[in-house]
Design a protein around this ligand. Structure first.
Ligand code: DGT
Ligand code: MG
Length: 373
């Protein structure tokens, strides 16, 4: 059966991009493989292949129907030789030997496990692997390993925060954050961002953006929110970063550079009773605690950057990356979470909504649920 794909010449540079709609079938299987290959490339610090596999995964998950032969994907963008080889293996043998080899690789397994701990990146994971460590227990019992605060919290709440957060849990957290923020500042603007704003059913954390209607009034807001969460007895961990935002700096071309707004990475205690339907709480059967720990990110940009921050924090990563590439290559503009700079006119373009940003870029507005690239 030929693959039917809706394409539009918007985000992808010089190539039509597949519009994200529903997940495919065989493509989904190859998509999972491409994600693992991307992860393995990341562990090997092979940035090019890592990005290529992520783009391939993004195209594959958008295919609306099953694929039964390689010819069906002819002409689709971002599917390189390596991805096609995996697809061919799956079509012929029902499995990919290349991906199975990676899955069985001791280093891949160890790095995947270690980086699943909050606060542990590929570099630390590699260091631990080189020391001969292979399990989380070995790390915890190795006397020469010094864990930082974030990693200690990561281990302490590992079983909870490695479990997916459901939509019901995200909603319950939204109520808690909203109540807390508005208790401090009734006129604050608050938005759920990240995967849940894109309509995802599950996520690894819950992301929120907050700002004040008056410039500068957002300063110190997060510190008050943190104090209030502490007073409520639900703050299990907090890492606060003050703003280092410099208005005179041009937007960054590097997607990996995170923004400079004040933000905090939290672990909050969510009570079972606070989750609608209660069965929404992702706890082990038999777990009688009645609560779970959840990762929450709060970011507080000044109001004039709010639309850019909302766009950036809504993601997805791939969508954000593609949008920035499009701005730069097709429009000679620099886009990041702070601003949109027009290199031709040599000025920053103002935006109060995401619609304004799409309009500046000469693009049709893309709804958050369509950004799951
Ligand atoms: P999740 O939480 O795994 O279900 O998925 P997301 O999409 O909520 O991802 P998350 O929470 O890691 O990050 C929220 C958004 O922030 C993400 O969709 C795009 C943006 N973002 C994440 N990491 C980066 C980064 O390294 N650079 C930039 N510029 N943006 C990022
Ligand atoms: Mg998230």
């Amino acid at each position: 059966r030929p693959v039917r794909v809706e394409t539009r010449h918007c985000i992808q540079v010089r190539e039509p991009v597949v519009r994200v709609s529903v997940c495919g079938h065989l493509p989904l299987c190859v998509c999972v493989c491409a994600c693992e290959l991307a992860e393995s490339s990341e562990f090997n610090e092979s940035k090019g292949p890592c990005l290529a596999f992520r783009q391939a995964a993004s195209v594959l998950k958008s295919l609306p129907s099953a694929v039964h032969c390689l010819e069906a994907i002819q002409g689709l963008p971002c599917l390189g030789e390596n991805t096609k080889a995996v697809m061919e293996e799956i079509l012929t043998f029902g499995r990919s030997f290349k991906v199975e080899e990676i899955r069985c690789d001791e280093r891949y397994q160890a790095l995947k496990l270690f980086t699943s701990v909050f606060g542990v990146g590929p570099k630390t994971a590699e260091k631990w692997y080189r020391r001969g460590l292979r399990s989380l227990q070995e790390i915890l019992t190795e006397p020469n390993i010094q864990l930082n605060r974030m990693q200690r919290a990561g281990f302490l709440y590992y079983s909870d925060i490695s479990k997916a957060v459901s939509k019901a849990e995200a909603k319950a957290l939204g109520c808690i954050i909203e109540e807390t923020v508005h208790w401090i500042a009734p006129d604050a603007t608050l938005a759920l961002t990240g995967g849940f704003r894109r309509g995802k059913e599950y996520g690894h954390d819950v992301d929120f953006l907050l700002t004040m209607p008056e410039m500068g009034k957002e300063e110190g807001l997060l510190l008050h929110v943190i104090d209030r969460l502490k007073d409520q007895g639900i703050l299990l961990y907090c890492e606060y970063q003050g703003s280092t935002f410099d208005v005179s700096k041009l937007p960054s071309c590097r997607f990996e550079d995170m923004d400079c707004f004040q933000k905090c990475f939290l672990i909050l205690r969510l009570e079972q009773g606070q989750v609608e339907g209660e069965r929404g709480l992702q706890m082990d059967p038999g777990d009688s605690r009645g609560w779970r720990a959840v990762r929450v990110d709060l970011v507080a940009p000044p109001v004039d950057c709010y639309a850019f921050a909302l766009l950036g924090w809504t993601g997805s990563r791939q969508f954000g990356r593609d949008l920035r590439t499009f701005a730069q290559k097709e429009r000679q503009m620099l886009l990041d979470n702070h601003a949109l700079y027009d290199k031709t006119k040599k000025l920053c373009l103002l935006a109060t909504t995401e619609e304004d940003i799409f309009a500046h870029l000469g693009l049709e507005y893309v709804e958050p649920w369509q950004r799951n690239a």
